[in-house]
Design a protein around this ligand. Sequence first.
Ligand code: NAI
Length: 341
Amino acid sequence: MSAINSFESHKIAFFSTQPYDRTFFNKYNKEFKFNLDFYETQLNPQTVVLIENASIVCVFVNDIVNEQVIKQLGEKNIKIIALRCAGFNNVDLEAAKKYGIKVCRVPAYSPQAVAEHAMAMILTLNRKTHKAYNRVREQNFALNGLLGFDLFGKTIGIIGTGNIGKAFAKIALGFGCKVLAYDIVTNNEMIKDGVSFVGLEEIFNSSDIISLHCPLNDQTKHVINTTSISFMKENVMIINTSRGGLIETSSVIDGLKEGKIGYLGIDVYEQEEKLFFRDLSEDIIQDDNIQRLMSFPNVLVTAHQAFFTNEALTQIALVTFNNIKSLLEENDIENKAALLV
Ligand code: NAI
C-alpha cells in the first residue's frame, strides 16, 4: 500500500501542543497525510470532550491519561494513544489494556539531546556562566563569587544507564571524570568503556555529582530523599533531567538549606504539570516549593527542555507517525520498545 493519501481518514487529536509541535508535525505529515487536530490544552478528564471524530490521541509528558480519561477515550472510539515522548509514567497501561486501546511511545529520539543538557546544567552550575553573562553586561568584570572546580578527575554517579545514561556516561568520560553507574541491568559495553557498575549506596557515598537517568516507577520514586541525601558527600551536585518524582522536593530543600547539597540542577519537577511549558510571568505562583527552589543561588531550574533540539523534534514527529502507521497497518510495531500495550 502506498503511504500517499493512505491516512486522510485517520484523525489524530494532539494535546498540550506548542507552536513548535505544530511546525514539526505538520512538516513531516506531508508524507503520511494524517488528519491533524491540535489542542493547546492538556488532556485530562475535563478536556476529553474536545475530541471529535478522532481515532488516535497524541499526548506528551504532562497529559493526564489515567483510567478515568482512558474510559472516556474508549467511549469516543479512540484506538491508539501515541505518546510523543519516552517516559510513560503518566499513562495507566492496565486501563488501556482493559479498554482495548493500543499505547505507543518514542523510546529513543535523541539521547544526546538530554545527555548534553545534563552536562550543560553541570557546567552552568559549576562555572556560573549564567551569572557571568549578566555581570559582564552590567560592566561588572569581577570574578568574586564565580569560583568553580575542575570536572577532570571528579566522580560522577549515574542512576539509570539506558539510552540517555549511556550517552551521558560517554560525555562524562570525555571530560576525564571517573564514572560510577547503578542500574538494574549491568551494561558490559559501558564497563569496557571504563564505567564501574556499583550499588546505589556507593553512588550516594562516592559521587561528587549524581545524575538521574532512570524512569519514574514504584522502585525509583523519591530515590533522592532525606536518607539517600544523608549518605552523600558534602557539597554534592544533583542533576535531574529524568522525571520530577525521582526527587522528594522537601528533602532537597532541607539539604540545600543545610548546605549538604552544594548544587542542584533540575529540568523536571514533581509538580511541573501546573507550571511548565507556559508563560506564567504575570501570574502569582502558588507552588511554594518551586519558588523556594528558584530562590537558591546554587539551584538551576530549566522547564523540561532537555529534549528540545531540532534533531529530537524531527525524530519525535517521524517515529510517532511511523508508530501510528504500523499500528494501523499491522496492529504491531517492529521496535518492541515503542509498543507499551
Ligand atoms: P531507557 O529506557 O533507555 O533507560 C532507562 C534505564 O533505567 C534502563 O537501563 C533501565 O534498566 C533503568 N532502570 C529501570 N528501573 C531502574 C531502577 N529501579 N533503578 C535503576 N535503573 C533503573 O530510557 P532513556 O531513554 O534513557 O530515558 C530515561 C528517562 O529520561 C525516561 O524515563 C524519561 O523519564 C526521561 N526523559 C527526560 C527527557 C527530558 O526532556 N527531560 C526527555 C526524554 C526522556
